[in-house]
Design a protein around this ligand. Structure first.
Ligand code: NAD
Length: 277
């Protein structure tokens, strides 16, 4: 069986999730290739060392630059803060490595285009972690829409709310820092709703948004805080069935989401608890 070696960059929340996936997916579903958890990287050496042991990697390192071009690495799995995605992905692509990159893909459209161009040049396989589109509920919703079971889509409404940032005493983290996160809660969780909208009802023709920072200061050192909590309104491509797509995302409610779409014939709703009706 073919074996591919993974270098995981970033050992936090997603680094752990991806490590669990590479460990259990072959057990749950079988896999046509063997994945070896080869090297785990974090700028924090203690985290890297602990992760190697806990997540089952053969080695650890602290500088991704020394890892992504290693001849024994086949896949680079990017689980670092958003501001680092483009640089790591472009270096990995140029070194001929396949790439799994966490969302949001990049800080800007220009960065995303440069990432894509680098991957196309070497022909590597790439994926951005819009994991919700693979949930059974959304796949079922897509199938029902494709089969015409709900008729022409007239409107789609999606929201994804989380409450952990609503407390002003919650300390500053990279997610609240525009230089590291880029787009606040819109990039953090709004992107999942935007991706779900694209999956279910297609591409956008134009976008407009109202953004507001509700908590301008947080109790931690000097870092500046300028990520907005946006309330975007997104218009879809004009078409015969042109749905309107308000997407709402905020850090002020318990984690929840629902992705309903109303059609001419009936309606469909995918919830964050994994059900569709
Ligand atoms: N797909 C999803 O549902 C989902 C969920 C959460 C987070 N994410 C994305 O995953 C990425 C990571 O988020 P997280 O929640 O795991 O963050 P986190 O803060 O838990 O972990 C980030 C880790 O990266 C390390 N790091 C920072 N800069 C680094 C560098 N230059 N080189 C090596 N390591 C570095 C940090 O020390 C930290 O251990 C973000 O892009 C985020 O948007 C996606």
């Amino acid at each position: 069986m073919k074996k591919l070696n993974v270098a995981l960059i970033g050992t936090g929340f997603m680094g752990k999730a991806h490590s669990i996936a590479t460990a259990v997916v072959p057990i749950l579903f079988g896999a046509p290739i063997e994945i070896e958890r080869k090297v785990v990287v974090d700028i924090d050496e203690e985290l890297a060392q602990n992760a190697a042991k806990q997540y089952g990697f053969a080695e650890y390192a602290t500088d991704w630059r020394e890892v992504v071009s290693r001849p024994d690495i086949d896949i680079v799995d990017i689980c670092t803060p958003n501001s680092t995605h483009a640089e790591i992905a472009i270096a990995a692509a140029r070194a001929g490595k396949h790439i799994m990159c966490e969302k949001p893909m990049s800080m800007t459209v220009a960065e995303a285009e440069a990432m894509l161009a680098a991957a196309e040049e070497t022909g590597v396989v790439t994926m951005v972690s819009y994991n919700y589109r693979h949930t059974p509920a959304l796949q079922m919703a897509r199938k029902l829409i494709e089969e015409g079971r709900i008729g022409d889509i007239l409107t789609f409404r999606g929201y994804y709310l989380q409450d952990w940032g609503a407390d002003p005493e919650k300390p500053l983290s990279w997610r609240f820092n525009k230089a590291l996160a880029g787009s606040g809660t819109l990039g953090d969780i709004g992107t999942h709703v935007i991706d779900a909208a694209r999956l279910l009802v297609g591409e956008f023709a134009s976008v407009n948004a109202i953004v507001k920072t509700f908590i301008p200061e947080r109790p931690l050192p000097a870092a500046s805080m300028s990520c907005a909590s946006p309330l975007p309104m997104i218009r879809p491509m004009p078409s015969a069935s042109a749905p309107s797509i308000p997407v709402r995302t905020s850090r002020s409610a318990t984690s929840s989401g629902r992705l309903p779409a109303w059609g001419r014939a009936t309606s469909i709703s995918s919830r964050s608890n994994g059900t569709t009706s």
